[in-house]
Design a protein around this ligand. Sequence first.
Ligand SMILES: *Cc1c(COP(=O)(O)O)cnc(C)c1O
Length: 383
Amino acid sequence: MCLMTPKIARFLADQQPATPCLVVDLSIVAEQYQALHKALPTGRIHYAVKANPASAILTCLHQLGSYFDIASPGEIDLCLQAGIPAAKLSFGHTVKTARSIAYAHQKGLTLFAFDCLEELEKLAQHAPGCSVFCRLGVLNTGAEWPLSRKFGTTVEHAFTLLTKAHALGLKPAGLSFHVGSQQTHIEAYAEAIAQAAELYHRLDKEQNITLDFINMGGGFPTYYRTPIPAIDQFGQAITTAMQTHFPRHAPQILLEPGRYMVGSAGIVQTEVVLASHRGNREDEPRWVYLDIGRFGGLAETEGEAIRYAFQTPYDKTSTHYSPCILAGPSCDSMDVLYEKNPVPLPDELKTGDKLIILSTGAYVSTYCSTGFNGFPPLKEYYL
Ligand SMILES: *Cc1c(COP(=O)(O)O)cnc(C)c1O
């Protein structure tokens, strides 16, 4: 669930940090890791570093035995600095510069994703002999933050590419897919596994290529405002699908959770800069401007896709909530968080009040601009 933890509440009360700030409780990160591990005990977890690359999180997950999925030399460096060995890093991004491939290769990474011939040739040239996995394009139905279209290829083309990988001196090691982030349809994984299994068996039979793993990407959801299936349900569905499609020998399962691992572990404390029934229109929603917005880290409010939940100082006492339009503090009119889907907030809420935005541990801290309108980047605390 996405309640504020006692540790975070105590920190806010004792330290009175300046707003806006992100506060993450690392014990929740550890709990999430353990819960996923329990739901899929045979799955190897590669934490998707982009969700939150803070060194405290990397260290915490490293201690629990996690592997890591990175997308750039910068993320490689962050992991290596946290003491994570290169052998535990996978380069899961399908779009890489030749320079970053060479850098990863030089640092000792051996596992790389691709989804087209040109990228495969780049890998053969700049990371000779490495293990590769091909990303399939799968439906992202049910995902609130889709990751389709830009990535992935067809089963047919992946067959050709993985055969070619072999000829290029690379090791065809696996298949991957991503069912889309904040995926709430459990069935999405089974459908993708069916596609991957078909390809796995064809490569095995026709090319004598036996892949080591199927990488199921991330997508596992975080609780925001609406209920989500439990992680055990995802685990069950994946296990059942694997048993169905691989009755004898099954390839290893790799997982790349990002949002699931850290989303519910953090909160943002923000201040109401201004709350007004603009134009004295009592019949229209009140505008509430916060000191964090689209450019301060809440980029996933784009299209109102990710709908965060809020806590106010009046939640225990207020009897009257009215829908409010929420906006960020900048001079940009794009910097509106929720207008089509106004947020019910207590009528008592006023300028200067503190507000808590729940489940902001993932995809917030690094989505922050470096100083648009002179607002400093979000402060972060890891407890
Ligand atoms: C972003 C990303 C992930 C993490 O996705 P979540 O939905 O946050 O779990 C995993 N794998 C790849 C390749 C990604 O780009």
